[in-house]
Design a binder for this molecule. Sequence first.
Ligand code: KIV
Ligand code: ZN
Length: 513
Amino acid sequence: MSQDNLIIFDTTLRDGEQSPGASMTQDEKIRIAKALERLGVDIIEAGFPAASPGDFEAVAAVASKIKDSTICGLARALSNDIDRAGEALKHANSARIHTFIATSPIHMQMKLRMSEDDVVEKAVAAVKRARRYTDNVEFSPEDAGRSETDFLCRVIEAAIDAGAGTINIPDTVGYNLPDRFGSLIGELRERIPNADKAIFSVHCHNDLGLAVANSLSAVANGARQVECTINGLGERAGNASLEEVVMAVRTRQDVFNCDTRLDTQHILTCSRLVSSITGFAVQPNKAIVGANAFAHEAGIHQDGVLKHRETYEIMKAEDVGWNNNRMVLGKHSGRNAFSSRLENLGFTFSSEKELNAAFARFKDLADKKHEIYDDDLQALISDTLTTEEEAIKLIYVQVCSETGEMPEAQVTLDINGKEESISARGSGPVDAVYNAIEDLLNTSAHLQVYSVNNVTDGTDAQGEVSVRLETKTGGIISGNGADTDIVLASAKAYINAVNKMHSILGERVHPQI
Ligand code: KIV
Ligand code: ZN
């Protein structure tokens, strides 16, 4: 059987980030982009440069740092969007512009208020303008999943003629069923006269829980690029999950005559990184990356697995990065051992100062916790790199909590270089700390979600706290913090969210609304 390459186009940093509460800072985007590059993702959609100056800068920063993956910028079929994307990608080793316009009757009439002729004209103009910046142009007829096939054929043929080398078919609202979606791809490839000049791609949303199934059905019908996100992150019910698509194709090579180039052993690291940066927890029974994905509880299963693994396992846990969580370092480990282990995990320090700050935090952790695992290092690094950059820093927390008394917290923050302290009471220690922080910062944000997860086992484990705040203006932002003391981790998470609130939630244009 001949093996085609199935191109993996990751949109965690663009469509994933459009998920409420998943906004990321530039540094966080770079960290995720590096992890995706190491995973071997072919194309990274780094953002929508016309959304805001911050989004433009983030795409430009990712483009200048990533060498082995193509970096893509999204643009509506508007000259300004395309020019912004072209400029943001100026320093990319390999750049792609992805331009789109809606083609379904409901979107054309109600959102664009354009005729079919107008839409074709705009699509052609957008592709031609994007070709001024790069030969690598992708065109998407948005809401293709609810568009009329005859019109899709017309607009796609025109986009290919105008110079689009990739045609992406989005099921924007997750409406399609696998059989029909797969045959749509087959029909488009057959009916469009110049279809052989483009690679067909799919981009499925998960509103009916079918994003992965629809993507796979499209691959079986000739799609050779899948757009997906780590952990299935994305608007509403999310996008197709990268790890599920990749492992389905790899595991069922008896069915698919294509495979990806990914080094799947890095899947779990990417999943954890995205979860810890966005604060979106991975459900335990999530395929591939959930905590229970390879766990065997029932005695009969365990017995079967011990006798012969394939009785109950279709994949090897280690192939996606499980079982790599070795105890690696301890109190006596030196700087070299520390930085080389982190290099193996895909972290490179951008300065001596960054390494020193992380190493000091490591020593501190090793004093409290004797065995340091890879997961500990990842949580520690996330925590160190974010707090180094922040305008508001936690200096000191003291909490007094005793039976029959209302807990009281004293908190000192460094707010833009000036130290301020306050004490406050609350129904519990975390509530008291949050009340004190709010008294100092006056954000009036509403705490929507608060969760704590243990990074490793044992009572000396670090707790990773995730919070989601809703701002006065309805913006949603998440924050994270890790520490062996969960009250401290809680304070760090809240402060992390407030810092992000200032740096990310400005005026921002949503590409599809
Ligand atoms: O879901 C969608 O249609 C999109 C497009 C911008 C490709 O995200
Ligand atoms: Zn989408």
